[in-house]
Design a protein around this ligand. Structure first.
Ligand SMILES: CC(C)(COP(=O)(O)OP(=O)(O)OC[C@H]1O[C@@H](n2cnc3c(N)ncnc32)[C@H](O)[C@@H]1OP(=O)(O)O)[C@@H](O)C(=O)NCCC(=O)NCCS
Length: 246
């Protein structure tokens, strides 16, 4: 498959840079390779005062696509799929290889990094940063499954998977190095283990390694994330946000 074909199919949603196979998300290395080839083959081009590789210039939208892109600085790069019913508030940046499914809300100042997979009816609140994972081609991208709520300013990087209906509170950072403690089941998630379905994750702190007396004497703490509960009726009420705006 040449890169033009790959970008076109990524854009119409028939091809994805990651797929859910045998119970887990896996990168499609050949698709990601095609994206890298598009970078390599491209030459710089100017359009409306902006410059990018000519193979990856921003997409243009019209009413027929059924996507609402509010004016004010948003850019959706070539080779990303935006389903019908998605709303994108300005300014936001959607990078190549991204998949955003139906009914998702992308609020202001959101970055959806390369190859990230965002499910149906997800809410990406203002200033959410979803990291891009392009290289190495075998590395899985960040995945946010259906009906998740990602609170303002949350940062999710390094191929973290957030299972359906999970709630990530404002300001939480999720990366492979940040431990996640499940208060409900009283266990620590394995490194890279997906955030469980329906989990409500809030920002936390933990003491530095007890072996480090200097650090403990100073009372230093390090960042972690904590599952305080699993979604219930009370959470649903606190998450009803934008039906009127749609
Ligand atoms: C995360 C959230 C959904 C939890 O709502 P909830 O299910 O009603 O949860 P509760 O209020 O029962 O809180 C459960 C526990 O988590 C704690 N908690 C809740 N949100 C927290 C947060 N952001 N940071 C730290 N702790 C938090 C509560 O203090 C409570 O602790 P306790 O059991 O020790 O008393 C809600 O706090 C929230 O952040 N809603 C989204 C608001 C928002 O971002 N709106 C703007 C969108 S643009």
């Amino acid at each position: 498959m040449n890169f033009n074909e790959a970008l076109q199919n990524l854009e119409n949603g028939s091809l994805r840079s990651a797929s859910f196979i045998d119970g887990q998300w896996k990168a499609n290395a050949n698709v990601k390779q095609s994206i890298l080839e598009a970078f390599k083959a491209g030459v710089l081009k100017e359009e409306n005062g902006f410059v990018d590789k000519d193979t990856l210039m921003p997409q243009k939208f019209n009413v027929d696509r059924g996507v609402r892109i509010v004016p004010g600085g948003t850019s959706v790069r070539r080779g990303s799929y935006i389903a019908k019913g998605v709303i994108i508030m300005p300014p936001s940046y959607i990078n190549v290889g991204v998949y955003i499914d139906e009914g998702t809300m992308v609020d202001s100042h959101v970055l959806v990094g390369s190859c990230a997979q965002i499910g149906k009816r997800v809410h990406l609140s203002t200033a959410v940063q979803i990291g891009g994972v392009l290289e190495p081609v075998g590395a899985s991208p960040v995945v946010i499954e259906d009906d998740c709520f990602i609170g303002a300013g949350a940062v999710i990087v390094e191929g973290i998977v957030v299972k359906s209906k999970a709630v990530i509170a404002p300001g939480v950072i999720l990366s492979k190095g940040i431990p996640v403690y499940d208060l409900v089941n009283q266990r620590m998630l394995e490194k890279g283990e997906p955030i469980p379905s329906g989990a409500i994750v809030v920002p936390g702190n933990r003491p530095v390694n007890v072996q480090n007396k200097w650090g403990t004497d100073l009372g230093l703490t390090m960042q972690c994330a904590i599952i305080v509960k699993y979604r219930d009726e009370k959470s649903e009420t606190s998450l009803i946000l934008e039906d009127f705006l749609r």
